[in-house]
Design a protein around this ligand. Structure first.
Ligand code: RFL
Ligand code: PHB
Length: 392
C-alpha cells in the first residue's frame, strides 16, 4: 500500500486531517486500531472553540453541528455559594463556544470520509513508524490478522497519548515536560435536562464540580475525586448528593437528578512532547500533548495542529517551499503552551489539593474573586476559553 500522507489514529485529529487533505486534493490513508463503534461512542470533550467551529464549517463538516450544536455565550463560576457569570461575547468582541460532543464530531467526519474520502481502516493497528528521518517513511501495521506496510511521503501520528508514533523519535531528540495531579474527574452522563443553561465550574472545599451537557435533555457532570478512584465505588445516589453539595448556592438554584447512564474516571495530566516533528513524521493532538480537561482545550488543540499541518503541506505543494513544514513544531507549540498555561491555571484555581493549607484555599478564592471583580482578569479568562487564534 502507498499514499501521500499516512495518518495513524481516527480520533478528531486524524479524521479532520483526512478531510482537510481530501478537500485539497491530497490523498491519505487512515489507520485506526479500534472499531468504528468504539470511536463513535467514546465519551470525551464537549466544548468547541469558535475557531474549531469555523474550521469544521470550512471543511464542509458542520451540517449537523449547525443544527444540533448549542451556542454558549458564557460560563458560570461558582464559589463561596455565590455565582458569577463570565460573558464571552461582551468581553472578547463577539466570540462564543459551541457545545457539540466529540462523539458527534467523529461520527460526522467518519460518515463524510466513507462517502467521499480516502481509505479509513478500522481495527488496523499501527505497530511502528519506520524511516521517519528518510524520504520514504513507512507505517508497519496489522489488519485482519495480517501484517502489512503503508509507504508514505509523510506520516502524521494522530494516535493519542498511548500511540506508537512518538516512539519513532530518537531519544536524543525528544524532550518531555510533564505534570501529574493528585486528583481525577469522575464523569457521569445522565438522562435529565441540564440544571443550568450554561456550564458551571464550581470550587468547593470538598472539591471541584462541573455541570455540563450534551443536549437539552442530557447532562454531563464531573466531580473531583482522588486519583486512584474506582468509578464503581460511587453509587448513583452518592454522586448526586456530592454534586448537590458542591454546586449549592445561597439563592433558589436546584440540581435536577435523573438516571445515570454512564460513569468513568479521567486522570488529570499536563504533558508536552517537543519537538512535534522528526524528519517526515509529524505528531498532532494528544499524541504530542495533554492538558487537564478544566480548560476544555484538548480537542481544540488537536484541531489547531492538523490545520497547521494541512496548511504547511499545501504551501509546500503550491510554492515548493518547505518553510511552513519546517516551522510546524514551533508554530503549534506557541499555541499549545498558552493552552497548557490556561488549563493549569483553571485546574489549580478550582481544585483544592489533598495537601493544601487554609492559605492555599484562601488564594484560590482570591483568584476567583479577582476574576469576578476585574474586567481585565475576566477578559483574560474569556479570551483563553473561547480560544487563541491560529498563527497565520
Ligand atoms: P484521540 O481522540 O485519543 O484519538 C487517537 C486515536 O488513535 C487511535 N490509536 C491507534 N490507531 C492505530 N494504531 C495505533 N497504534 C493506535 N494507538 C492509538 C486511538 O484508538 C484513537 O482513536 O486523540 P486526538 O485525535 O488527538 O484527539 C484529542 C482529544 O480526544 C482530546 O484532547 C479531548 O478529548 C480532551 N478533552 C477535551 N477537549 C476539549 O477540547 N474540550 C473538552 O471539553 C474536553 N473534555 C477531554 C474532555 C478529554 C477527556 N478525557 C476522557 C481524556 C473530557 C474528558 C473526560
Ligand atoms: C464536557 O462537557 O465533557 C466538558 C466541558 C467542559 C470541560 C470539560 C469537559 O472543561
Amino acid at each position: 500500500m502507498r499514499t501521500t500522507v499516512g495518518i495513524i489514529g481516527a480520533g478528531p485529529a486524524g479524521l479532520l486531517l483526512a478531510r482537510l487533505l481530501h478537500n485539497a486534493g491530497i490523498d491519505s490513508v487512515v489507520l485506526e486500531s479500534r472499531d468504528r463503534s468504539y470511536v463513535e461512542h467514546r465519551q470525551r470533550a464537549g466544548i468547541l472553540e469558535q475557531g474549531t467551529v469555523d474550521v469544521l464549517r470550512e471543511a464542509g463538516a458542520a451540517e449537523r453541528m449547525d443544527r444540533e450544536g448549542l451556542r454558549h455565550d458564557g460560563i458560570e463560576l461558582r464559589f463561596d455559594r455565590q455565582r458569577h457569570r463570565v460573558d464571552f461575547p461582551g468581553l472578547t468582541g463577539g466570540r462564543s463556544v459551541t457545545v457539540y460532543a466529540q462523539t458527534e464530531v467523529c461520527k460526522d467526519l467518519i460518515a463524510l470520509q466513507f462517502k467521499e474520502g480516502g481509505p479509513l481502516l478500522f481495527e488496523a493497528e499501527a505497530l511502528a513508524v519506520e524511516g521517519a528521518g528518510s524520504d520514504r517513511p513507512r507505517i508497519r501495521f496489522r489488519h485482519e490478522g495480517r501484517e502489512d506496510v503503508l509507504e508514505c511521503e509523510y506520516v502524521v501520528g494522530c494516535d493519542g497519548f498511548w500511540g506508537v508514533a512518538r516512539e519513532a523519535f530518537p531519544e536524543s531528540l525528544s524532550r518531555v515536560f510533564e505534570r501529574t495531579y493528585p486528583y481525577a474527574w469522575l464523569g457521569i452522563l445522565a438522562d435529565v435536562a441540564p440544571s443550568h443553561d450554561e456550564l458551571v465550574y464550581a470550587r468547593h472545599d470538598r472539591g471541584f464540580a462541573l455541570l455540563s451537557m450534551r443536549s437539552p435533555s442530557v447532562s454531563r457532570l464531573y466531580l473531583q475525586v482522588p486519583a486512584d478512584t474506582d468509578a464503581e465505588d460511587w453509587t448513583d445516589e452518592a454522586i448526586w448528593d456530592e454534586l448537590e453539595r458542591r454546586l449549592e448556592t445561597d439563592d433558589d438554584w436546584r440540581l435536577a437528578r435523573g438516571p445515570i447512564t454512564q460513569k468513568s474516571v479521567t486522570p488529570m495530566r499536563s504533558y508536552v512532547h517537543e519537538p512535534m516533528r522528526h524528519g517526515r513524521l509529524f505528531l498532532a493532538g494528544d499524541a504530542a500533548h495533554i492538558v487537564p480537561p478544566t480548560g476544555a482545550k484538548g480537542l481544540n488543540l488537536a484541531v489547531g495542529d492538523v490545520v497547521t499541518f494541512a496548511r504547511a503541506l499545501l504551501h509546500e505543494r503550491d510554492t515548493g517551499s518547505p518553510e511552513l513544514l519546517d516551522a510546524y513544531s514551533a508554530t503549534c507549540l506557541r499555541r499549545i503552551w498558552q493552552a497548557e498555561r490556561f488549563s493549569y491555571d483553571m485546574t489549580s484555581m478550582l481544585h483544592p489539593g489533598p495537601g493544601d493549607s487554609p492559605f492555599d484555599a484562601r488564594l484560590q478564592l482570591a483568584r476567583l474573586g479577582r476574576i469576578a471583580s476585574s474586567r481585565a482578569a475576566e477578559t483574560d479568562l474569556a479570551e483563553a476559553y473561547t480560544g487563541f487564534p491560529l498563527d497565520a
